[in-house]
Design a protein around this ligand. Structure first.
Ligand SMILES: C[S@@+](CC[C@H](N)C(=O)[O-])C[C@H]1O[C@@H](n2cnc3c(N)ncnc32)[C@H](O)[C@@H]1O
Length: 313
């Protein structure tokens, strides 16, 4: 396999947040190249245990090689959405230390031409994190109805010209299916006004399709809820997100579960259960200026941290 390149974003901040302790159980839901996992392992060895998930074969291979000398990591090629089932199969009832999510795609995924994520490199429309999945960018572009395309381009990509682009896609595919990244990118360029910008006109639509193909927002939302059931009292959840909708999901879920009361104003007696979480930081942490200079994409990273304050039953 060609070299796996990825710059680990907010490495120290995200792992410091976990307050790693030797002997406890940690989970890295998004192993990638293993940058965060390696630092966790350094801090929890020899007694601590790390379970790390990824669905991408290249990531699993690269991280397995990088971390091969650590005996206390279990690398699982499965979606983090199956965290409850996987931990149960490993005989783990509770995450005693903490859990990390570093959401989005790795640099490797975004730049390896044949993965079909890049509008700069010609390849079949793909964008699957998991190459075994049978749903790809090709299906979205060629089979989604026009109104669905408009919706995902506007919501996930915040694309101003969603309607024009969706219309151009639908018109084009009446004649012939859209097969490649460059066909799609050319079509976007031709169907939108020329505007002076440092951002390529296809950036937002490609991002939106990637989010749709990999069910990124639904996955985060569902899994964070599952993780709350798995956290031991005192365990920490640390989440890095790159997209405003993703961050909003994390922010709202943390806020909701850290509130003491959810009662209607008119209710006299409150029967709300005690909160599950305590916010460690009210405002998200951002990458340092030095990190942004070294790795500009880290400027959109937001790190939110919370601690479980619910006693296990
Ligand atoms: C930003 S990268 C993580 C990089 C990693 N923290 C590092 O330092 O190298 C995100 C990773 O999450 C993985 N991923 C995305 N959705 C996933 C899912 N549902 N289950 C497991 N892994 C997933 C991607 O394949 C990708 O490798």
């Amino acid at each position: 396999m060609e070299e796996f390149k990825h710059y680990t974003v907010m490495k120290n901040e995200a792992v410091d947040a976990l307050e790693c302790k030797n002997g406890l159980i940690y989970v890295d839901c998004t192993l990638g190249g293993g940058g965060h996992s390696e630092l966790i392992l350094k801090r929890i060895s020899p007694e601590g245990r790390l379970i790390a998930f990824d669905i991408d074969d290249d990531a699993i291979q690269a991280a397995s090689e990088r971390l091969k000398n650590y005996k206390n990591i279990t690398i699982v090629k499965d979606s983090y959405t199956n965290i409850k089932k996987v931990l149960q199969n490993l005989g783990i009832k509770k995450i005693t230390g903490g859990v990390l999510f570093d959401l989005g795609a790795s640099y490797h995924q975004l730049t390896k031409a044949e993965r079909g994520f890049s509008f700069m490199k010609n390849a079949p429309l793909d964008m699957r994190f998991d190459s075994n999945s049978d749903f790809s960018a090709y299906d979205v572009v060629n089979f989604y109805p026009e109104n669905e395309l408009i919706k995902i381009f506007s919501e996930y990509g915040e694309e101003r010209f969603s309607k024009r682009i969706a219309k151009a896609i639908v018109e084009t595919r009446k004649k012939k299916q859209i097969e490649t990244t460059l066909e799609l990118s050319d079509l976007i360029i031709k169907s939108t006004p020329k505007i002076k910008s440092s951002v390529h006109p296809a950036t937002r639509v490609f991002q939106a399709i990637r989010i749709e193909v990999n069910h990124e927002l639904q996955n985060v939302k569902n899994t964070l809820n599952d993780v709350l059931d798995l956290l031991e009292f005192g365990a920490i959840i640390s989440v890095i997100s790159f997209h405003s909708l993703e961050d909003r999901i994390v922010k709202h879920l943390f806020k909701y579960h850290s509130q003491r009361c959810h009662c209607d104003k008119n209710q006299i007696i409150c029967n709300c259960p005690p909160p599950v979480l305590e916010l460690v930081n009210k405002k998200p942490l951002m990458a340092s200026d030095e990190e942004i200079e070294e790795n500009p994409p880290s400027r959109s990273a937001k790190l939110r941290i919370a601690r479980c304050i619910r006693k296990s039953l």
